[in-house]
Design a protein around this ligand. Structure first.
Ligand code: IPM
Ligand code: MG
Length: 367
């Protein structure tokens, strides 16, 4: 028991120290002479789809790459084999390489089942302080145009692999801070303001998670007061999952602001409404670094069946568009997004359809 209380005290102290580190200055890409984009293939189908995304970057950034305004930097070693061999979720030398970049394009990484090794995603989000997970979902024929701002470093994830086990009992932790909530809320409301959105919906379960979600809700309302032109409403996460499949009201949602775990769950639901998790892109944004990735996993079953080349690159290509916008290439981003909307017949993981490479070639020919 004494041991457990010591452990608890240590965790609380560590979180109080983290609180002091949350305010870093924002990197201004327009003022930078050169932007370094790290290319991290990850595991499984990552090796199939990331090279396709790289081709698209080469297409759009031809001039910038030629004169060094953008540099693509391949980063090896973020593989499940290397992570297991080193017993580190992100091996330290790989993390050091990653930290020399400004933004990352990252393929899916396998999370080992059981054990105590953390997901590489979670480690990177924490190490690079990527506090905003931004996930757009668009279904034009249903008038759906949603963008999710998921808090990406706190909540149930911040101590996710460091819960406490006692005989016959297990305890996990959820941590919500003022500063951590304020910065994600600002990101969501700023996005709304800059993009002519008129509504932000805050999702919590503050009726049950009184302290943590209660704080998230209160801070979001505080931030909302600075954006009087934007309507703010709050929705509990259970009813939100129902609302997203209610055709009478779902197209009214615009910007959705959520704590980490609810954001994880609700964005998979939303992606499925768009056509599956393989169709959604995801941006992880912090003040210093940003990481763009596919929402789906490494698809080991597809690799084992020898069908890796038929993996659908749509998700990583949508993330690539978000990357281009983030580094100030909005026009290229828009072109890529338009092409993705109209270039049908994406790979399905089956040998009777196009490969990731063939699909990307068709897409590039359209541009
Ligand atoms: C996601 C994923 C990750 C998460 C996993 C891979 C750790 O589901 O990006 O949504 O839970 O955040
Ligand atoms: Mg998820």
């Amino acid at each position: 028991m004494e041991q457990t209380l010591k452990q608890f005290e240590m965790l609380i102290q560590e979180q109080l120290r983290r609180l002091q580190t949350l305010d870093k200055p924002k990197k201004d890409f327009s003022a930078m002479e050169s932007v370094t984009v790290g290319i991290v293939p990850g595991d499984g189908i990552g090796a199939e789809i990331v090279p396709q995304a790289e081709r698209v970057l080469n297409h759009f950034l031809k001039d910038e790459l030629a004169d060094g305004r953008v540099v693509l930097k391949p980063i090896d070693g973020l593989t499940i084999e290397n992570r297991l061999a080193r017993n580190q979720s992100v091996p330290s030398e790989v993390l050091a390489e990653i930290k020399t970049c400004d933004v990352l394009l990252k393929g899916p990484t396998t999370t080992p089942n059981g054990g105590s090794m953390e997901s590489a995603n979670v480690t990177l989000r924490r190490e690079l302080d990527l506090y905003a997970n931004v996930r757009p979902v668009v279904v034009p024929e249903e008038n759906i145009d949603w963008i999710f701002y998921r808090e990406n470093t706190e909540g149930e994830y911040v101590l996710g692999s460091r819960g406490i086990e006692l005989p016959g009992m297990a305890v996990d932790f959820k941590v919500t801070t003022d500063a951590g909530t304020r910065r994600i809320a600002r990101a969501a409301f700023d996005y709304a303001r800059q993009n002519g959105k008129t509504r932000v919906t805050v999702v919590t379960k503050a009726n049950i998670m009184k302290k943590t979600d209660g704080k998230f809700s209160a801070i979001c309302r505080e931030v909302a007061a600075d954006y009087p032109e934007i309507a703010t409403d709050e929705c509990y996460v259970d009813i939100m999952t129902a609302n997203l499949i209610n055709p009478d009201i779902r197209s009214d949602f615009q910007v959705v602001l959520l704590p980490n775990l609810y954001g994880d769950i609700v964005t998979d639901e939303a992606a499925q409404i768009q056509g599956g998790v393989g169709t959604a892109g995801s941006a992880n944004i912090g003040n210093q670094y940003a990481m763009f990735e596919a929402v789906h996993g490494s698809a080991p079953a597809l690799m084992e069946a020898g069908l890796g080349e038929y993996a659908n690159p749509s998700s990583i290509l949508k993330a690539t568009a978000m990357l281009l916008r983030h580094i100030g290439r909005s026009q290229a981003a828009q072109k890529l997004e338009n092409a993705l909307q109209i270039c049908s017949a994406a790979p399905t993981g089956k040998a009777d359809g196009p490969t990731a490479k063939e699909y990307t070639e068709k897409l590039l020919a359209m541009l």
